[in-house]
Every structure is written in structure tokens, then in C-alpha cells.
Design a protein around this ligand. Structure first.
Ligand SMILES: Nc1nc2c(ncn2[C@@H]2O[C@H](COP(=O)(O)OP(=O)(O)OP(=O)(O)O)[C@@H](O)[C@H]2O)c(=O)[nH]1
Ligand SMILES: [Mg+2]
Length: 267
């Protein structure tokens, strides 16, 4: 018996949302990996539909981590700063290619005095979102340390990384372009996908306002889902040896690559 309410209509993904910047994208394929599409059609996604994937959000204090999550999950924005103490989390349910998929978004504290508590929740993340303020270059510099700390508790070869510049509404186009140059460099170094968002402004497009917020979380969801299904297929032995996901340091804009061999089940 299914005791869960149906997934909200605006949380249904039928195609792969695209990256923001090609030069700092986890991969640039237009569609989901053919093996993933095929496995979903044939209901061979293993435990993916039952598992909850963990995503942690880290970064300096007051860069806007909580506001970003609240904008996506509740479509709210609080202009008053209330520091996160330790951690908070939100659950979001999606349906990707017909398969139920849940993300647990862990919102961690940026304040130094709470970092110790927050870091105990880093373990077991499938994706790490590192947030910096687009108007504060120091917060960008600190992202490398945040990543290093988060990776101590996780497997660097399987976790997906996202570098997110926040508060885009506060920079002029010229200021933004300057910051974006530096941010793209950092994203490339860490092999993270780069996004720029504003939790405050943006077109009032239902159901989530804010600039790039919905697009960003849909991309996180899709790529996490894709990686999960591929891992399941590998585990179940239905994938051929050599057809592996690997981090390829030689690819300038294709961090996560898969071999282009023909899938076994689909044309
Ligand atoms: N203008 C603007 N202000 C923002 C944006 N996002 C967050 N803020 C403001 O920045 C301040 C900090 O936001 P939070 O989301 O609480 O920051 P945080 O990263 O969660 O901070 P900690 O919990 O201490 O780590 C608040 O006053 C927010 O209103 C944004 O996109 N634009
Ligand atoms: Mg917070």
C-alpha cells in the first residue's frame, strides 16, 4: 500500500535540466545517460526509488544557505539574518523519469562556533553544495576549505559537487562578470558545477521565484538521480566492465564522463 501522497506536480522531472555554464558543468550531455533512461523505462532502478539521497549545503556564515533552501522548499524569503545553529534539514520528494526520488537537504551552520556540530552531519553525502556570496570574494576563497572539510567525511570519487554564488541581485552586471571569472576558475579546480542564484529576486514564475533557484535544485536532483541509478546498475552487474563513470582530469568541461558505448538494452 502506498501511504505517501503523490509527488507535487512541480517536482516531476521528465528531462535533464541543463547546466548554467558549459565551462563549469558536471557534464554537458543533453539527455540523461541512455542506460538510466532505459533502466527507468524497464523499472530496473534497484533501490533508487526507496532511498533518500543526502545533500549537504556548506559555506561561510550569512552567504545565504538557509534562504536558498527556503526559497526552493517553501518559496519564502526572510530578510533578517537568523544564524543556523548546528544543522537543519528539509526533505523534498521528486519523480524523475517516473521513479520516485527523495532528497534530504542538510542546511549546515557557517558560524565557526557551530562548525564542529555541523561537520558531524557531513558523512554519507551524495552531493555537496558549497555556497559563497557573489559580492564577497573572501567567501569564495573560503570555499576550498569548506570542500576539503566536507570531503574528509565523504568519498571524493563518487560525490557530486556544486559551487553556488548567491545574492546575485546585489551585484551590477559588471561586478558579476568579474566575480564569475574567478568563480569559474575555482569551480574548474574543484571539479564542481557552477551556478549563480538569487533567493530574493527573479521573475515571479510559479511555483518558485528567485533567480535560478528552481533550475539549480532540479539540476542537483537530476544529476544525483542519474549517478544513483548508474551506481545501482553497476552494483547489480548489468553494466559492462569498462563502461564506468569516472572523474577525468583531462576533460576541461566534462568532469563526469561515461563511455560512449552503446547501451545494452536501448538502441
Ligand atoms: N539580497 C539578498 N540577500 C540575501 C539573499 N540570500 C540571503 N540573503 C540575506 O543574507 C542574510 C543571511 O542569509 P542566511 O540564508 O541566513 O545565511 P546562511 O548562509 O544560512 O548563514 P548561517 O546559517 O549563519 O551559516 C539574511 O539577512 C538574508 O536575508 C539573496 O539572494 N539576496
Ligand atoms: Mg543558515
Amino acid at each position: 500500500m502506498n501511504i505517501l501522497a503523490p509527488v507535487r506536480r512541480d517536482r516531476v522531472l521528465t528531462e535533464l535540466p541543463q547546466y548554467l555554464r558549459k565551462e563549469a558543468a558536471l557534464h554537458v550531455h543533453k539527455d540523461f545517460h541512455p542506460r538510466v533512461t532505459c533502466a527507468c523505462q524497464e523499472h530496473r532502478t534497484g533501490t533508487v526509488g526507496f532511498k533518500i539521497s543526502k545533500v549537504i549545503v556548506v559555506g561561510d556564515l550569512s552567504v545565504g544557505k538557509t534562504c536558498l533552501i527556503n526559497r526552493f522548499c517553501k518559496d519564502t524569503f526572510d530578510k533578517n539574518y537568523k544564524a543556523t545553529i548546528g544543522v537543519d534539514f528539509e526533505m523534498e520528494r521528486f519523480e524523475v523519469l517516473g521513479v520516485p526520488f527523495s532528497l534530504q537537504l542538510w542546511d549546515t551552520a557557517g558560524q565557526e562556533r557551530f562548525k564542529c556540530i555541523a561537520s558531524t552531519y557531513y558523512r554519507g553525502a551524495q552531493a555537496i553544495i558549497i555556497v559563497f556570496n557573489l559580492n564577497d570574494v573572501t567567501s569564495l576563497e573560503h570555499t576550498k576549505q569548506w570542500l576539503a572539510d566536507a570531503l574528509k567525511e565523504n568519498d571524493p570519487s563518487s560525490v557530486l559537487l556544486f559551487l553556488v554564488g548567491s545574492k546575485k541581485d546585489l551585484s551590477t552586471p559588471a561586478q558579476y562578470m568579474l566575480m564569475e571569472k574567478d568563480a569559474l576558475k575555482v569551480a574548474q579546480e574543484m571539479k564542481a558545477e557552477y551556478w549563480a542564484v538569487s533567493s530574493l529576486t527573479g521573475l515571479k514564475l510559479l511555483p518558485v521565484s528567485g533567480e535560478n533557484v528552481r533550475e539549480f535544485f532540479f539540476r542537483v536532483t537530476a544529476l544525483t538521480f542519474e549517478a544513483n541509478v548508474l551506481a545501482e546498475l553497476e552494483k547489480s552487474g548489468s553494466r559492462r566492465i569498462g563502461d564506468v563513470i569516472r572523474i577525468n582530469s583531462d576533460d576541461s568541461n566534462l568532469y563526469l564522463t561515461a563511455s560512449k558505448k552503446k547501451p545494452m538494452c536501448c538502441p
